[in-house]
Design a protein around this ligand. Structure first.
Ligand code: SAM
Length: 221
C-alpha cells in the first residue's frame, strides 16, 4: 500500500481496501500524541500507573509504539491489547519513519518487534509494556476481560460504518472498567449519541490539528 507523508513529516499509509489514510494527513504522530497518548493515557495516569489498553485497529503500530515509549518515560506499566483484521506486512512496517521521527532511531528494532510479534499471544516487550495483538474483526471480538482505556482508532464512520454501530459500543461498554474511557479522533454527533445510548458519558475535547474536536466517552461517571 502507498506510504504518504503527513504534515508533521511522519508517514501514514493509504488503505487499498477502504481508500482512506491510517492517520490524519495533518500529522500522524501529532494525532497519536494528542488523541491517544494525551487524552487517553495521561488522563488515566492521573489515577493509576498500571493501565490496561484495548486498541481497535493496530494498523502501523504507531499508537502501540508511542504508548510503549511514553510508558518507559513516565514509569507506567501498560498491558496493551490490539485488534486487527487486515495486518500490514513486516516489509511495509520497515519502510515507516516512526523511530526516526520520534527521535528514537535506536528503537527501530523495537518498532519491528511490535510487528513481528505472534498473533494472539501476550509478549512482554519490557517491564513497562506487554503487547497482545489479536487477529480478529471487531465485530467478532468477544472480550473476556475489562480495560481502563480503549483507543477507538477504526477508520472513519463514512469509510466503515459497520464499526460505529451502537451494538459495538454496547459491547465495548461491557469491556470497560468503572471510570474507564474510550478515546477517538471522531467528533460526529450521531456517533456521540450512540456512545451515550450505550452507557457512556461523552466529553467534547479539543481535537488535534485539522480537527476542532475529538471525543472521550467515560463509563460510570
Ligand atoms: C485508522 S487505522 C488504525 C491506525 C493504527 N491505530 C495505527 O496506530 O497505525 C484502522 C485500522 O483498523 C483495521 N480494521 C479494519 N477493519 C477492521 C475490523 N473489522 N476489525 C478490526 N480492525 C479493523 C484496519 O486494517 C486498520 O489497520
Amino acid at each position: 500500500m502507498p506510504i504518504i507523508e503527513s504534515a508533521d513529516g511522519s508517514h501514514t499509509i493509504l488503505s487499498d481496501i477502504y481508500n482512506v489514510t491510517y492517520h490524519s494527513k495533518h500529522g500522524a504522530i501529532t494525532e497519536t500524541e494528542h488523541v491517544f497518548i494525551g487524552m487517553g493515557l495521561h488522563w488515566k495516569a492521573l489515577e493509576k500507573n498500571e493501565i490496561s489498553v484495548l486498541e481497535v485497529g493496530f494498523g502501523t503500530g504507531l499508537n502501540a509504539f508511542m504508548s510503549w515509549l511514553e510508558a518507559e518515560r513516565r514509569g507506567w506499566k501498560l498491558d496493551y491489547q490490539s485488534l486487527e483484521a487486515h495486518p500490514i506486512t513486516v516489509e511495509e512496517a520497515a519502510d515507516l519513519n516512526y523511530p526516526k521521527m520520534l527521535d528514537a532511531p535506536t528503537r527501530s528494532s523495537d518498532f519491528m518487534r511490535l510487528h513481528k510479534a505472534a498473533w494472539d499471544q501476550p509478549l512482554e516487550l519490557s517491564t513497562h509494556f506487554t503487547l497482545e495483538k489479536k487477529l480478529v474483526r471487531l465485530q467478532d471480538f468477544l472480550p473476556d476481560r475489562t480495560y481502563d482505556v480503549i483507543f477507538f482508532d477504526a477508520f472513519a464512520p463514512q469509510a466503515q460504518p459497520e464499526l460505529w454501530e451502537e451494538a459495538i459500543f454496547a459491547q465495548l461498554a461491557q469491556a470497560m472498567n468503572p471510570g474507564g474511557g474510550l478515546v477517538t479522533y471522531c467528533a460526529q454527533g450521531e456517533f456521540r449519541r450512540r456512545l451515550r445510548r450505550a452507557g457512556f458519558t461523552t466529553e467534547r475535547l479539543p481535537g488535534p490539528p485539522g480537527k476542532r474536536e475529538m471525543t472521550r466517552g467515560v463509563l460510570g461517571h
